[in-house]
Write a protein that binds this ligand. Structure first.
Ligand code: AMP
Ligand code: ZN
Length: 114
């Protein structure tokens, strides 16, 4: 989608260091990390938010969840991370391209409700 920063990062139009990538999924570091490990995993297809997931596009969401353990393995955080999605501005979503935060490495994360 034109003018979507995450589409541009995911498809390479804006260069970034990919932590994990395949044909359906991209994963890169969050620009404003809230924990020692803080990355974003997203589908390459543009879905605005969790509210926009449908039977027609859920294949890319499935691919994201299949990628998450591989990302965790690569980052050395298996069995010790949180996966967070903010849906809508009311819940704090600031970039309107579906993405999942993976955060780890901070003891206080256990008690935090993002
Ligand atoms: P959310 O508030 O759930 O929509 O999360 C958006 C996240 O994207 C925030 O944690 C930002 O720090 C992060 N972010 C925004 N722009 C970029 C960018 N160009 N590269 C990496 N992360 C970004
Ligand atoms: Zn997008």
């Amino acid at each position: 989608m034109a003018d979507c920063i995450f589409c541009k990062l995911a498809n390479g139009e804006i260069p970034t260091k990919m932590i994990f990538e395949n044909d359906k999924v991209a994963c890169f570091a969050d620009a404003n990390p809230q924990a020692p490990v803080h990355v974003l995993v997203l589908p390459k297809c543009h879905i605005e938010s969790a509210d926009g997931i449908t039977p027609e596009n859920s294949d890319c969401v499935k691919a994201v969840f299949e990628a998450i353990p591989q990302v965790a393995d690569k980052l050395g955080i298996k069995d010790n991370y949180r996966v967070i999605n903010n849906c809508g501005e009311g819940a704090g979503q600031s970039v309107k391209h579906l993405h999942f935060h993976i955060v780890s490495g901070d003891e206080t994360l256990k008690a935090r409700l993002f």
